[in-house]
Design a protein around this ligand. Sequence first.
Ligand code: GLU
Length: 343
Amino acid sequence: MDQVGQTKVVGRLAPSPTGRMHIGNIYACLAAWLGVRSQGPGGVLRLRIEDIDTPRVVEDADRWIMDDLAWLGLGWDGEAVYQSQRADIYSQALKLLESQQLIGGQPLVYPCFCSRADIRAASAPNEGDGFIVYLGTCRGLSHQTISERLARGQRHSLRIAVPDQSDEPDATCRFDDLIYGPQSFNLPRQVGDVVVRRSDGLVSYQLAVTVDDLATGVNQIVRGRDLLRSTAIQMWIRHHLQPQAPGVQYAHLPLIDGVDGRRMSKRFGSPDLGSLRRDGWSARQVLGVCGWLLGLLQRPRPASAQELLDGFTWNTLAADREDRQLDLSDPNELTVSDVKPSL
Ligand code: GLU
């Protein structure tokens, strides 16, 4: 609490070091930065390098990201936290979850022996955010079957169980998003039992992020709207790790697609800060485009992060939350068009 009795905002930048940041990543970082810095000197912005998915980590990408954030003037507070150095904390959290049961005796965490192919074959088509609702094949396995398979050393992940019946009182997760408004997700129907430890032994994104947000007192989470469903499962995990934990404000952002209609992504080679900086873009030009995408400027024009703070509110984005398609090919002829969200 600060002197006027308000809880101070603790936000976070959570880049994955899987490559250099593109405009979509910077737009999300800028929004998280504005969300905190608009609260005055009391707000805190943490930096977490999400390098838990080691096979996807690119060497030195953490340093490029920090260098780019500093170049843009998007400063954070304190030392960067690396997920790869927190394995013990995640194992403790997993133990705490493994010690719990759902009403009716279902263990909260159970081993799943399904392969990726099994899961894809048995799932309903997903809704465009890549989220696959697991149909619970391994949820009802007997103790004996589980012990036999484990004794044989069969490869398995661990999943967290959500309530069984869609009409159970805690089966629906609700939250109020600062941009998309009231959200409601039925956990058994729309989310399902998600993986908390992968079959390669790595802790999943869902568990790591929830543990970290709790441990660092984060109370404002800003990220793309493709993670709306992840928020529902993270709230469920959070509730089991720390039932009395204070609430979190969520701001999910419209997605930014490239001219080819595909979401900006490191994988599809969208223009990143490496190429933009090489092509002579200034930090103010990059931020001006991101500020325009956030609805803070009428036209893309050079602006510093500090200038964008002036009059910042989430309401502008809430009033125009269609996904955006951005053409960056000619910086003098920047265009953006709205595309319909697919959720
Ligand atoms: N590391 C994720 C990304 O770079 C962000 C995940 C999150 O905000 O929870 O997209």
